[in-house]
Design a binder for this molecule. Structure first.
Ligand code: C5P
Length: 221
């Protein structure tokens, strides 16, 4: 086979997207950030004042919404109904609400349908929470990335400082734990390691070591 599918799942801020991008680049595959899709929908629902507990209203909105992930020289850009929302979907108000939108089964069904369509007939690295379990259950390589919550908060904190964004470690820790709690405990395709996924603890690894580890799995296919 000339190409395979690589699924990368795990809790919030475990380094999934950074490592997925490196691997996609190395293999000349496309990278699909499924979290960005839930974030874009959440942004739209907030802007439209939709009750985030009302799954039918959000689904109705989703059916009239386009979410595109494009690769540009500066990295991935996210277009919501054609508008660039790459930065906005990372803002605090979206981050604290996205898990409430993502917990609804009908929303997930439509998102999974779109994600499977995007991944069809090509080499793909996809990251999220349910990729190995639901979106790409036949992925040749499945990785479950974990790291201690302290380490994840610290990395996010350092990233924020570098970007010049105000940041507080304790707030980050709380936000990460709360998101993991909702993602793990929801009924519809919760965050869980697929039976055939390889768990990689990145707490004491740097990003290149993690990428190397995954590329070894890829070359063993
Ligand atoms: O990956 P990221 O942290 O940007 O994802 C944001 C949120 O989107 C997650 O906390 C989760 O609630 C939701 N999500 C999901 N399924 C995915 C990807 C993200 O439920 N495949």
């Amino acid at each position: 086979k000339e190409y395979i599918a690589i699924a990368i799942d795990g809790p919030a801020a475990a380094g999934k997207s950074t490592v997925a991008k490196i691997i996609a680049e190395k293999l000349s595959y496309i990278y699909i950030d499924t979290g960005a899709m839930y974030r874009a929908l959440t942004l739209k629902a907030i802007n439209r004042n939709i009750d985030l507990e009302n799954d039918q209203a959000i689904l109705e909105e989703l059916m009239q919404t386009t979410i595109e992930l494009k690769q540009s020289e500066a990295g991935q850009i996210v277009l919501l109904d054609g508008k660039d929302v790459t930065d906005e979907i990372r803002f605090q108000n979206v981050t604290t609400k996205v898990s409430h939108v993502a917990k609804h089964a009908p929303i997930r069904e439509e998102m999974v349908r779109r994600q499977q369509e995007m991944a069809k007939n090509r080499g793909v690295v996809m990251d999220g929470r349910d990729i190995g379990t639901h979106v790409l259950p036949d992925a040749e390589v499945k990785i479950f990335l974990i790291a201690s919550v302290e380490e994840r908060a610290k990395r996010r904190h350092e990233e924020n400082i570098k970007k010049g964004i105000a940041s507080n470690m304790e707030d980050l820790k709380r936000e990460i734990e709360e998101r993991d709690r909702i993602d793990t405990n929801r009924e519809a395709s919760p965050l869980i390691k697929a039976k055939d996924a390889i768990e990689v603890d990145t707490t004491s690894l740097n990003i290149n070591e993690v990428a190397e580890r995954i590329l070894v799995e890829v070359s063993n296919i």
